[in-house]
Design a protein around this ligand. Structure first.
Ligand SMILES: NC(=O)c1ccc[n+]([C@@H]2O[C@H](COP(=O)([O-])OP(=O)(O)OC[C@H]3O[C@@H](n4cnc5c(N)ncnc54)[C@H](OP(=O)(O)O)[C@@H]3O)[C@@H](O)[C@H]2O)c1
Length: 252
């Protein structure tokens, strides 16, 4: 039977807390009585979030694409917040473009996108297992995308990182279960949401506050996978006809 998960009184490490869905998650977590440990790249934005929002207990500016950043965040949590019981891996970046454009040197951008979107959530989840397993109950929440199921050609690397994170989340869940760790491992399959990440996209987008609310409710319900808004339909279509799902996402 699924266990309900209560955010009240918990310390939650949230990456990408300063903008978009992460910023809305801060509000939702505050309303649930949780305390947020905020991570983002921009030091001024992190400092402002901590100063202005009483629910944001502490913050750390870290570029999760840089070597050593994940270890620094994990050490900070272990030293200053060893009672942290939730990690939400939300920060990500997306580069758009045609990799077939030989005039462009994409290698630097590819490495950074993989580091932020895939290496960082993998490494942070693993580095914080010793902290999380000591709590009476805990959660790791990894934010993926419908693009993990069906990629769009102009964001090839982003889609690959999200598919990788989806696969990792599933395997980590099994490992935690096998080890008897009291850690709920949840994947949140996001729909298209109205944030800075999707600014170039003109189609109708789901509001970020509703996306954040769906994430919180799904984790509270003890779900292993939370399919947000249109991602639910994509899941069904993909089951019936992967080809159709790919065609839909290509056309977006
Ligand atoms: N928006 C969508 O339609 C959509 C759809 C599917 C999935 N998602 C997923 O939802 C999550 C949130 O996306 P969003 O749309 O809210 O993005 P967003 O509005 O662009 O916000 C991204 C957040 O991540 C932080 N961040 C970016 N690069 C970072 C780095 N190298 N190190 C540390 N922090 C970094 C940013 O902080 P700085 O400003 O300091 O860089 C910001 O707080 C992501 O995992 C994304 O893949 C979004």
């Amino acid at each position: 039977m699924r266990q309900r998960f209560d955010f009240n009184g918990r310390k939650v490490l949230l990456t990408g807390a300063t903008r978009g869905i992460g910023r809305e998650l801060v509000n939702r977590l505050a309303a649930r009585g949780a305390q947020v440990l905020a991570i983002a790249r921009d030091p001024a934005a992190v400092a402002q979030l901590v100063a202005e929002n009483p629910a944001v207990l502490d913050g750390m500016a870290a570029d999760l694409g840089e070597t050593g950043a994940v270890q620094a965040v994990a050490d900070w949590v272990k030293d200053r917040h060893p009672d942290t019981s939730v990690v939400i891996n939300n920060a990500a970046i997306m580069h758009r473009g045609a990799l077939t454009d030989a005039a462009q040197d994409y290698l630097e951008a590819i490495s950074m996108e993989i580091a932020v979107n895939l290496r960082a959530p993998l490494a942070l989840s693993v580095a914080l297992l010793p902290v999380l397993r000591r709590q009476s109950s805990a959660a790791i929440v990894n934010v993926t995308s419908g693009l993990a199921i069906a990629p769009r050609p102009d964001a090839a690397v982003y889609c690959a990182t999200k598919a990788g994170l989806r696969s990792f989340t599933r395997a980590l869940r099994d490992q935690c279960r096998h080890a008897g760790y009291p850690i709920q491992v949840t994947e949140v399959v996001m729909t298209l949401v109205d944030t800075g990440l999707t600014a170039p996209v003109a189609t109708r987008k789901y509001p970020a506050d509703r996306a954040a609310a769906d994430l919180i409710r799904g984790v509270e319900a003890g779900l292993e996978e939370v399919w947000v808004e249109k991602a639910k339909a994509l899941r069904v279509v993909h089951r019936l006809s992967p080809k159709l799902a790919y065609r839909i996402m290509r056309a977006r």
